[in-house]
Design a protein around this ligand. Structure first.
Ligand code: HEC
Length: 461
């Protein structure tokens, strides 16, 4: 999955972390039984050993991430920023959260910092608090369970700036939260549910197919939320509607599995023809996702011509895997809609990645009218090292607004307030790939081909 280079970097980092935490233990443990506990302050350990390597790249003066969150976590100001500044997120402010407090356990449950890092509570975080933004560290692996427990103990002890109040042997627990078990969704009251599977994915095979659902009872609907739950092993899941000009011979049969490739990996051209009539409207690479449009914003979708469900599973094991996907689509009442969401889809298809080389591709687009972008996420395949997006033109020219290191689970970045682009301004996409194979890679649908896509949502005035 990861390139050899990335693996080496990971191993080096892991060794470094072990060395650092190994030292902490030696410092923090009392040497003799009647000696008072001396050592680095717990807060220092939080800042130096956790925040410095996981958070400070973004939460540092001058980055767009720091501007957006109004939070700095560098050692000079982090404590003050957490203790004495109100939360920046409006929804968390409305719920009376503070970044951090000194009242122990009650502060823990009022702490937005804790909400934002407490990955084991992910389902609650995204399920109950749709406007809290993303779990931190954004786009990187969650903090380990040991790091989280260390921070939790420190907060419960009143989050003092000085003093040793948490046990640094907790860092020995380097496990991380893993995703919730797959479960069917309860159908929505005002909305629809679509479902595909269970279906088989053969060993060492990438299965990608379309599966059509007929919905002729409804016309145009406003969608304010969608929720997707998949069995593990999925690479992506996308929902499409259709343009109005689908040739009758291409209209699919409901429920049929229309695979992209046969068992030998050859494309089934007849099944791919429909893709040029698809209109993207929702998708995820996460096993569980519960997306809410911002208050007052909804996406108008014409579902009268039905929906195509596009599932892509990658099975690298020796066993047959089972895939299955549930999607709930929640409708908005048209009277609550102030802004209609539009789908952004920027796709670069004309590129070549030479063998055994690291290549960076650039792609710049500009907009014809003023737009407000409120969500961004990238899509690429396994050779991707890094994907970034910056603003072109205007006051914020050159500002980095998105980046992803993880091709499998790129961060879905919610932008609140949205990024506003004036007519003539645009976005520049940069993607760096490591082609460790012996052949030139081009745009293609298979995991071994590559892609450079930026998805998102925006609205106009
Ligand atoms: C890739 C950049 C990035 C990294 C890494 C990152 N953050 Fe953030 N952080 C953001 C962005 C962007 C926001 C605002 C959007 C959001 O909340 O999702 C944010 C918001 C926050 C907030 C909410 C602030 C407020 O008052 O609204 C907290 C708390 C936070 N981050 C803590 C952390 C911690 C702790 C880490 C490291 C464990 C971390 N972040 C790592 C980009 C990042």
């Amino acid at each position: 999955m990861l390139s050899p280079l990335m693996n080496t970097i990971k191993i080096i980092l892991t060794v470094l972390i072990i060395l650092i935490f190994g030292c902490d233990d030696a410092v923090d443990k009392p040497k003799e039984k009647d000696q008072t506990v001396i050592g680095r302050d717990s807060w220092k350990i939080v800042q130096e050993d956790i925040f410095a390597s996981n958070c400070v790249d973004c939460h540092t003066v001058g980055t767009s991430f720091a501007n957006q969150s109004d939070l700095l976590l560098t050692s000079d100001v982090a404590y003050d920023q957490l203790m004495n500044h109100p939360v920046n997120n409006q929804s968390a402010l409305d719920n009376n959260l503070e970044r951090l407090g000194t009242e122990g356990l009650s502060s823990l449950y009022k702490s937005f910092l804790w909400e934002k890092i407490n990955a084991p509570d992910k389902e609650h975080f995204y399920g109950e608090h749709p406007h809290y933004g993303s779990l931190m560290p954004l786009g990187m692996p969650y903090l380990t369970n040991g790091q989280l427990e260390f921070i939790r103990q420190w907060i419960v002890a009143g989050a003092p700036e000085t003093g040793v109040v948490a046990d640094s042997s907790l860092f020995d627990d380097t496990t991380r939260f893993v995703e919730v078990e797959f479960a069917p969704l309860t159908p929505p009251e005002n909305g629809i549910q679509v479902h595909v599977g269970p279906f088989e994915v053969q060993p060492h095979y990438e299965r990608e197919f379309l599966n059509f659902v007929n919905i002729d009872t409804l016309d145009e609907v406003y969608i304010k939320q969608y929720e997707i739950s998949m069995r593990s092993g999925s690479h992506h899941f996308i929902l499409y509607t259709f343009t109005n000009v689908v040739p009758p011979m291409l209209v699919p049969d409901p429920g049929e599995y229309r695979d992209y490739r046969d068992a030998n990996g050859n494309y089934l051209i007849n099944n791919l023809a429909i893709t040029s009539y698809h209109v993207y409207f929702a998708g995820t690479q996460w096993p569980y996702m519960n997306y809410h449009f911002p208050p007052g914003v909804a996406l108008k979708v014409d579902i009268n011509n039905g929906l195509d469900q596009n599932s892509h599973y990658i099975n690298r094991t020796d066993e047959v895997q089972i895939g299955e996907v549930y999607t709930n689509i929640y409708f908005a009442d048209p009277s609550e809609v102030e802004h209609e969401a539009q789908v952004m889809f920027i796709n670069k298809t004309d590129f070549e990645l030479p063998p055994h080389e690291i290549t960076t591709l650039e792609h710049t687009i500009s907009v014809g009218e003023r737009i407000h972008i409120f969500q961004l996420f990238s899509h690429a395949h396994e050779h991707l090292l890094e994907f970034s997006v910056e603003i072109v033109g205007g006051d914020r020219d050159g500002e980095l607004v998105y980046f992803a290191y993880d091709w499998e689970h790129p961060p879905i970045l919610d932008l609140d307030p949205p990024i506003t682009l004036e007519a003539g301004e645009g976005l520049k996409l940069n993607a760096t790939y490591d082609n460790w194979t012996d052949k030139t890679l081009r745009f293609g649908l298979l995991g071994e081909d590559e892609m450079m896509i930026l998805f998102g949502y925006y609205y106009t005035d």
